[in-house]
Ligand binder design. Structure first.
Ligand code: OGA
Ligand code: MN
Length: 296
């Protein structure tokens, strides 16, 4: 794609249901407005963008991310009380120093999820930059939730129109109970935000299936058994590999995903290998369904 006045930005779709490489940009340089707009349009079109061969430092990553909006602060996690010069950077890593993990998510599999959908306001998207990667494993999968909604069998679509889903906040995407939370035995009682199951993307005006994560989810107002059955069917459909694309990481890859219309997961990897990513997240608003949106 060429945009008048823009530096040359070449967008190469993965050929899968989502994702594209953006080539010919050095993200350490500030993109002019036309080039930035071309990148943003490509993001809205392809949902996940990958920029290979970057040489970003934290200020560079933050400067690029800030073009998309205000950034969230990294979640506070117990650790040595050191001054953090970049509070909007979260370290994702399995590396331990002196027996303590330096980052989040360890080496385990992370199941399909949307980031922080258990909050009232959910992030627009995230940028994940690879500093160290294992030789194999630790691939990150992304899936297209516009496509999941568009191909949903009619009776399932009917069953979710106007419905809301509770998004459990008690566990993280590796399934671990978060500090200060009780184990949930009845999803109806789970803590967490309630959002429409069909959400409208504020920029593209398209509708997407919005599931969050499976564990302890609950479709508000239904008897528990009906909610479980419906969620199982929705997840079976949404987990179709035809909606997904997998990123095999190389050092210098920056991948950014749109959290409003995709889910992601991560493969486990060898705990003896090192994986180190720096991540930053763009602040968002309360998800909504707009009846005047582009019908799916
Ligand atoms: C995340 C996440 C997966 C990965 O950063 O939100 O789920 O591949 N990361 O590290
Ligand atoms: Mn995540």
């Amino acid at each position: 794609m060429d945009v008048a006045g823009a530096k040359r930005v070449t967008v190469i779709p993965t050929g899968a249901a989502l994702g594209a490489d953006v080539v010919g940009v050095d993200l350490l340089q500030r993109l002019d407005e036309a080039t930035f707009k071309a990148v943003e349009a490509a993001w809205h079109e392809h949902l996940v963008l990958r920029f290979r061969g970057q040489r970003l430092d934290d200020p560079g990553l933050l400067a690029f991310a800030r073009r998309f909006g205000e950034l969230d602060k990294a979640p506070v996690h117990a650790g040595p009380e050191v001054e953090d010069p970049y509070p909007e950077i979260t370290v994702m890593s399995n590396i331990k120093v002196g027996g303590r993990p330096i980052g989040n998510l360890g080496h385990y599999e992370a199941e399909w999820h949307t980031d922080m959908s258990y909050n009232e306001k959910c992030p627009i998207g995230s940028l994940l930059y690879a500093l160290e990667v294992p030789l194999e494993g630790g691939d990150t999968g992304f899936s297209n939730m516009y496509a999941a909604l568009e191909t949903l069998p009619a009776e399932l679509k009917r069953a979710i129109i106007g419905k809301q889903c509770k998004h459990d906040s008690s566990r993280n995407s590796a399934g671990e109970l978060r500090k200060g939370f009780q184990d949930v035995t009845d999803p109806r009682e789970a803590p967490g935000a309630v959002h429409p199951i069909i959400r409208t993307h504020p920029a593209t005006r398209r509708n997407a299936l919005f599931l969050g994560r499976r564990r302890n989810a609950y479709i508000v107002g239904l008897p528990l058994k009906e909610s479980e059955d419906l969620l199982n069917k929705l997840w079976a459909h949404a987990s179709n590999p035809g909606f997904a694309w997998y990123q095999k990481w190389k050092v210098g890859d920056l991948v950014m995903w749109d959290n409003r219309c995709t889910m992601h997961r991560r493969d486990a990897f060898d705990p003896a290998a090192r994986r180190l990513m720096h991540r930053t997240q763009i602040k968002g608003d309360k998800p909504y369904f707009d009846p005047a949106s582009v019908a799916a």
